[in-house]
Design a binder for this molecule. Structure first.
Ligand code: XMP
Length: 319
């Protein structure tokens, strides 16, 4: 039997053989996968690795601070924190098609990584936390016809011309295995247990045009939702929970005034590998309480709905 300790040792040798004495850039997303990939590669090649964390304005509340402190303070692994909000927001102007968003974001990440690679005197490799399901779903859907469901920016969303070769040490693993490997590498439990977060971030949770204002509204609502999930002790029972800001406004009433604001959808699913999923059933008073809090506290939202769709036929993310 293949244990995680053996996997770790074998991968470290593989990474050393692939990379030699060259430098590697690793893009961190704030999720478990890229963090585990970075730790593994750091163990293999030490300071030949530079981690890059890009803030394109499409991160959740507190994400940047958490990642920066984990890597710089906890692990003492050098981390470049790139503030690229203008670059992403300007480029997303007017883009509404989900695949166009994904392609733009994937390409822009690579542009930033390549600029950083040049800045450190040239890196020949780009590392990513691509998992087995990412590979499968970007190529074809299980058992179905060979069509792309979504170009995950880890895989299909990358530009065809790229100056760096990929290092993807987690390509054979499922999420639960990555978590075991993360523990093996000493990643703190709170980090190992984090819900997945997609590379294109909040941009694929805002159907229609992505703007700074919409990202801010979504960030606030999402933070309240997750805070309530943690407070209710439900975080670990859920595979992934997040809010989606709809490009639809509806009429409401607050006090004795008419409102005309956005609809927010809440999603929470259970899953074992992200390839299939079921809507999470919250206990009776949870959703009404969260809806009320969001509508009272987040300016711009006056209606909250819950998404009961399974995967399939839905996907977990809305785009
Ligand atoms: P879907 O929406 O395809 O998502 O059912 C399955 C899982 O993959 C995550 N996801 C992504 N992760 N880059 C990532 O790193 C991406 O482009 C991407 N798109 C979706 C999604 O959050 C879910 O956990």
């Amino acid at each position: 039997d293949w244990t995680m300790a053996e996997f770790r040792a074998a991968k470290i040798e593989e990474i050393r053989a692939q990379v030699g004495t060259d430098k590697v850039i690793c893009g961190l997303s704030g999720g478990v996968d890229s963090s585990v990939a970075a730790l593994l590669i750091h163990e293999a090649i030490g300071d030949q690795l530079t981690c890059v964390f890009v803030d394109g304005g499409i991160l959740r509340a507190g994400e940047a601070e958490q990642v920066v402190s984990l890597f710089r303070e906890h692990y003492h692994i050098p981390l470049v924190h790139v503030e690229a909000q203008d670059l992403f927001m300007d480029g997303l102007k007017g883009v509404t098609d989900p695949e166009a968003k994904r392609k733009f974001i994937g390409k822009t990440f690579i542009d930033v990584f390549e600029a950083e690679a040049n800045r450190i005197g040239g890196a020949r490799f780009l590392a990513q936390g691509t998992l087995y399901p990412d590979v499968i779903e970007s190529v074809s859907f299980t058992g179905g016809p060979s069509v792309t469901i979504k170009s995950h920016h880890n895989v299909g969303g990358l530009p065809e011309r790229m100056n760096m070769a990929l290092v993807e040490p987690l390509r054979e693993l499922f999420k639960d295995e990555v978590r075991v490997l993360g523990r093996e590498l000493g990643l703190p439990d709170v980090f190992v247990g984090r819900h997945p977060f997609p590379g294109p971030g909040l941009a694929i949770r805002i159907p229609g045009e992505v703007t700074r204002e919409r990202c801010d509204i979504l960030r606030k609502a999402d933070a309240i939702y997750l805070e309530e999930i943690r407070a209710a002790g439900l975080y670990d029972a859920i595979w992934q929970a997040f809010a989606v800001l709809l490009p639809v406004r509806t009429v409401g009433v607050m006090g004795d005034a008419r409102t005309y604001d956005h609809v927010l959808a809440l999603r929470a699913v259970t899953s074992t590998d992200g390839m299939t999923a079921q809507a999470f059933q919250f206990p009776g008073d949870f959703l009404p309480r969260v809806s009320t809090r969001i509508i009272n506290e987040v300016k711009g939202v006056n209606r909250v709905v819950y998404d009961y769709t399974s995967k399939p036929p839905g996907t977990i993310e809305w785009e």
